[in-house]
Design a protein around this ligand. Structure first.
Ligand SMILES: [Zn+2]
Length: 333
């Protein structure tokens, strides 16, 4: 039995993105795989009065089961209401859908937004696949994110050796012919906790830390000029906070030279037509840092609630920081 996201209290991205582009802020898109992540996302969104996109990758579906994640998103809406938010704006989004069948399955099972990622295909094939998904999705009032250009890095099953910036001269043709609602572009962000190789970075002489190359704002601005007001999406936009990496490394972890996108650059992007910013690795780091520290300090404990509670609190703190200090989506409900 097919179920519409509207029955679950979810919303699509249409109005949310229009407001974000106009208001010069971006909607947080947080990936989730576990109950603790879901709770932390909802608590942060309610606390800051922010709309939020909860997204599920193919890897998350493999790990947690797609049906369970859908019910968790339904639970997220009810939980937000219980926490005092009368009208939560929560999107359940498929991250990096790789086939029409997967997108259709999600649309039929309560997702309010899907991404079809045909970015690895030849240009015309990407258009044909995206158009097919858009036609089905729009019959159900579900919004579609497409991708043009290739991001480097590893994210679950999505990986590429090197990035290819989106070509601004292609975006009008692509958006018009596919009918997509938003477009993920490549301007130098990258998946994972190792976004850049040390040889792509410079090193801060004082701290010895890697300083990544800047995002290609010229490409972003050229795209904005071609498609004024069209919702743009940035993937791979974790900042890989050094304090979390340091905590992990101080308590038995080994993450040498992990590096992300500086938050000042994401703040700048949020003020442009970029209206959705994807953050996954930072949540993984916040969870792992809290758990490693807890294990180190309490070797006698073995109740998962004891170490998952500080992990959940650390993720919530990170989500609230992103919403308030980086994306500016607080007080927008
Ligand atoms: Zn991505």
């Amino acid at each position: 039995m097919a179920v519409s996201y509207k029955e679950l209290g979810l919303v699509n991205t249409k109005e949310m993105f229009a407001k974000a582009v106009k208001g010069g802020y971006a909607i947080p898109a947080f990936n989730f795989n576990t109950m603790e992540q879901m709770q932390a996302i909802v608590q942060a969104a309610v606390e800051t009065k922010s709309p939020v996109i909860m997204q599920v990758s193919k890897g998350a579906r493999n790990y947690a089961n797609g049906t369970i994640l859908r019910y968790m998103a339904q639970g997220a809406v009810e939980y937000a209401k219980e926490l005092g938010c009368a009208n939560p704006q929560i999107v359940l989004h498929l991250d990096h859908g790789d086939s029409f069948e997967l997108c259709k399955d999600c649309i039929d099972n309560g997702f309010s937004s899907v991404m079809i990622d045909g970015s690895a295909l030849p240009y015309e094939d990407n258009i044909a696949l995206t158009k097919k998904v858009v036609e089905y999705a729009h019959q159900h009032d579900v919004t579609v994110e497409a991708e043009l250009g290739v991001l480097a890095g590893v994210e679950d099953e999505v990986q590429a050796e090197e990035s290819h910036y989106t070509k601004p001269e292609e975006v009008i043709d692509f958006a018009t012919r596919t009918g997509c609602d938003s477009l993920a572009i490549s301007i130098g962000t990258s998946h994972g906790a190792y976004k850049f190789k040390p040889e792509q970075c410079t090193r801060d002489p004082k701290t010895g830390k890697l300083v990544p190359p800047p995002l290609a704002f010229d490409v972003l601005h050229a795209i904005e000029k071609k498609l004024p007001g069209f919702p743009i999406v940035l993937h791979g936009s974790s900042s890989v906070p050094q304090d979390e990496v340091d905590t992990i490394n101080a308590h038995g972890g080994k993450l040498p030279d992990a590096v992300g996108i500086p938050e000042e650059q994401l703040r700048e992007a949020s003020r442009s037509a970029v209206c959705k910013i994807n953050i996954d690795s930072d949540s993984r780091l916040a969870m792992t840092a809290a758990i490693r520290k807890y294990f180190d300090e309490h070797p006698e404990h073995f109740d998962p609630r004891q170490y998952l509670k500080p992990a959940r609190e650390n993720m919530q703190k990170m989500y609230e920081h992103k919403i308030v200090d980086v994306l500016g989506s607080n007080n927008k409900l």
